[in-house]
Design a binder for this molecule. Structure first.
Ligand code: CTP
Length: 413
């Protein structure tokens, strides 16, 4: 996994309690470590029946804590709990939930949870209807009332062979939940950000369409960067095959018209619109309800008349002139030549605060690659000329500039 800026050097304490789901906690510890977090694992005695401390030590590269009475460090529980950015308890058994709810302090994890000053994320794992038992539910409710976050459990097959509610969430889901919590209070905290991404498709008949090479990678990276900055994100996505960031409200669309409707519907209270989508500019003048057969064409082949689609940014401009929302609009420009001139012209014509121009023919830029070369312009001129960067890094730079504009003078349109 690539390093993630938000998680660099974040101190995460991972409490592991006695459940077969311990093996998934190893993967979670590994993922968090790989992206740059410092992960300190505390295991209960029961957890060590399932997985050895050496396993966690091997993936985190750090000592594993399991002994409240060890003499090698002064008041360890206070140290771990006070300095952590996040305490995750995964898997959390019914027994540990009960201890946390009542404030018991008879092992290192329970004591650390009492001493913790950071957010606590709990991923319950239990079999045989234990999660739904009134006692467990009362403990969950009392912990939630005190601000403890819960992720899961999920429904499905459990170790006993029974099926029901009690499976621990998968490591990648817990990873995403932890990421959302760590993002709280970021530079876009409390902001609503709308991002469009991917291509749009215009149908010729039920089996054929006009579209473009966009894979949605850059827009997805922008949505993730906005989430990492603490924003509430609405992601309007054309047809794409990439994994979607957890935490965004996703609106799936196909045509330019649908994307336009979804965008205009989402910007009513938006602070920012990142219009990253590679919108299809033309749509067939007529659409056949049935497949167009080769036998229906003449010797000249098939002539398709095209008409322009809705220019979404122009529609946004009309709304914005009336309402003032979105406060900041950043468009993209896909160019193959004269990037600066065409970019500047589009910025002014479409009433944008910023335009991110990319030369889609440049090496390492454009569609279906993980890198990009972007020239960011505002009406005042060049904001930043980025060299070859990952699409993630480009997205983080764009979020940085937009957040700065929201807090200071917004470049005029
Ligand atoms: N865009 C839009 N609606 C369209 C086409 C594009 O809102 N029907 C947006 C894109 O999402 C992007 C910006 O306009 O943010 C510029 O898109 P681009 O394809 O570079 O420019 P076009 O407007 O299509 O102009 P041209 O094809 O002449 O370059």
């Amino acid at each position: 996994m690539e390093p993630i800026a938000l998680l660099q050097d974040k101190k995460i304490v991972l409490g592991v309690t006695g459940s077969i789901a311990c093996y998934k906690a190893v993967d979670l510890a590994s993922k968090l470590t790989q992206v740059g977090a410092q992960v300190d694992v505390i295991m209960t005695a029961a957890a060590q029946q399932f997985v050895s401390p050496l396993t966690f030590r091997s993936v985190t590269g750090r000592p594993v804590f399991n002994d409240m009475w060890a003499l090698d460090e002064h008041v360890r529980h206070v140290g771990l709990g006070e300095t952590a950015d996040l305490l995750i308890i995964a898997p959390a058994t019914a027994n540990t939930l009960a201890k946390l709810a009542y404030g018991l302090a008879d092992n290192l994890l329970a004591v650390t949870a009492l001493a913790a000053r950071c957010p606590i994320l709990v991923a319950p794992a239990m079999d045989g209807g234990m999660y739904q038992h009134a006692a467990t539910q009362a403990n969950v409710a009392s912990l939630q009332a005190r601000g403890v976050r819960f992720a899961g459990p999920a429904e499905g097959r459990m170790a006993s062979g029974l099926s029901g509610l009690g499976r621990m969430l998968e490591p990648e889901q817990l990873f995403a939940e932890a990421r959302l919590i760590l993002a709280e209070g970021g530079v876009l905290n409390g902001r609503h950000v709308v991002v469009t991404t991917g291509p749009t498709r215009e149908a010729l008949d039920p089996v054929r369409f006009i579209s473009n090479r966009s894979t949605g990678k850059q827009g997805l990276a922008v949505a993730q960067a906005a989430l990492d900055a603490g924003a509430r994100v609405t992601l309007i996505a054309g047809p794409i095959n990439e994994p979607l960031p957890l935490g965004a409200e996703v609106v799936a669309v196909e045509t330019t018209e649908q994307m336009g409707k979804a965008t205009c519907g989402a910007i009513g209270d938006a602070d920012v619109l990142f219009m990253v989508a590679a919108v299809a500019d033309f749509t067939p003048q007529s659409h056949s309800e049935r497949k167009i057969k080769k036998t229906e064409t003449d010797d000249w082949g098939l002539a398709i008349g095209l008409q322009p689609t809705l220019d979404i940014l122009s529609a946004v401009k009309t709304t914005r002139d009336k309402t003032g929302f979105p406060r900041v609009v950043l468009g993209f420009a896909a160019e193959t030549h004269n990037a600066y001139e065409y970019g500047r012209d589009k910025l002014l014509r479409k009433g944008l605060n910023f335009i991110a121009v990319n030369d889609v023919l440049a090496a390492g830029a454009g569609f279906a690659v993980d890198t990009n070369r972007v020239l960011l312009l505002s009406s005042a001129g060049v904001v930043e000329e980025m060299g070859l960067l990952s699409k993630t890094a480009v997205a983080e730079r764009l979020v940085h500039h937009v957040a700065k504009a929201l807090n200071g003078p917004i470049p005029s349109v």
